[in-house]
Design a protein around this ligand. Structure first.
Ligand code: NDP
Length: 281
């Protein structure tokens, strides 16, 4: 039986084992996918084990996405440009780092929301691991302009500098968290993405409701709860909304395809993810 899994610290929230195992079983692939709580200090030894025990690969989540990038043998172009790894493939004892958050976000926008960001104006809240993948993806899809806003603005500026070095030509700017400049940018934007972790706890939201743009697609990467206060208030303002479940499924499907070398059973994965989320509440 081959091994697969997700590593993070802590990991209590992950529903990846439920929908990845469902996909493996559905396709008759003899592998077990488990969640592994790995402390940062244990990470190098764990990666050595993945290599020596011939695992198929891994998913990687907070806080290891950046650290794993320096522990693999090779990075995909997307993982290199983003500076973070969420999927590892073990190819004959060579560990290859990928970033399927990027393709997951892209597919969720196109296939789930029918939204093409080419030439449009996006406002991105958050510049952590997920924010980096979102910004990179929007730029690679030809977004016209992107405004990045992060609580610690230096992190937003570092992200903008990194993306400029990768020669993306779209207009890119950062604005201070909670500022009037942000309010002005929200008024005319086409897409607003919450890539902060604000909203995971009931009642919290990254923006006051009256600032939410009714004309925009309002996207929260959080999927549990399925309707955050951010999304509920955006709906009240008349905006179209999307939560993070589609991105989670598409990033997982892309990872499955890298490990298994075959198309992922998207419907099976989504049904298993929804069942796992229902059983959490
Ligand atoms: P990180 O820890 O890398 O980044 C956290 C982000 O949240 C930073 O921008 C941080 O800002 C911001 N933040 C945290 N607390 C606050 C606060 N009180 N006020 C304002 N900003 C705050 O996490 P990730 O980027 O990996 O994840 C971010 C979110 O995206 C999570 O909710 C996660 O569940 C979700 N996600 C969803 C995925 C999906 O497939 N749907 C995939 C990956 C992530 P600062 O830099 O100032 O600390």
């Amino acid at each position: 039986m081959k091994k697969l899994g997700i590593i993070g610290w802590p990991l209590g929230h992950s529903i990846s084992p439920a929908f990845q195992q469902a996909a493996l079983d559905h396709c008759g692939i003899k592998a077990r996918y488990h969640a592994y709580e790995v402390r940062p200090a244990e990470l190098p030894a764990f990666m050595a084990r993945v290599r020596s025990e011939g695992w198929l690969g891994l998913n990687v989540t907070v806080p290891h996405k950046e650290a794993v990038a320096s522990l693999v043998d090779e990075l995909s172009p997307e993982a290199r440009a983003i500076g973070a790894v969420n999927t590892v493939v073990n190819q004959g004892s060579r560990l290859i780092g990928h970033n399927t958050d990027a393709s997951g976000f892209r597919e969720s926008l196109l296939a789930e929301a029918g939204f093409d960001p080419a030439g449009r104006h996006a406002v991105l809240l958050g510049a952590g691991g997920a924010g980096r993948a979102v910004a990179f993806t929007l730029l690679s899809m030809g977004v016209g302009a992107i405004t990045i806003c992060n609580r610690h603005q230096e992190r937003a500026e570092a992200l903008a500098d990194h993306l400029r070095r990768h020669s993306h030509s779209a207009a890119m700017e950062t604005v201070p968290w909670g500022s009037g400049e942000l309010e002005a940018k929200l008024e005319g934007c086409d897409l607003l993405v919450n890539a902060t972790s604000v909203g995971l706890h009931p009642g919290e939201t990254p923006l006051p409701g009256h600032l939410l743009p009714p004309q925009a697609l309002v996207y929260d990467l959080i999927y549990s709860p399925p309707v955050t206060r951010f999304l509920a208030e955006a709906q009240q303002r008349g905006a179209r909304t999307l939560n993070g479940l589609a991105m989670l499924i598409y990033q997982g499907a892309a990872a499955f395809e890298l490990w298994a070398g075959q198309l992922a059973p998207l419907g099976v994965m989504r049904a298993a993810a929804e069942a796992a989320l229902r059983s959490k509440t």
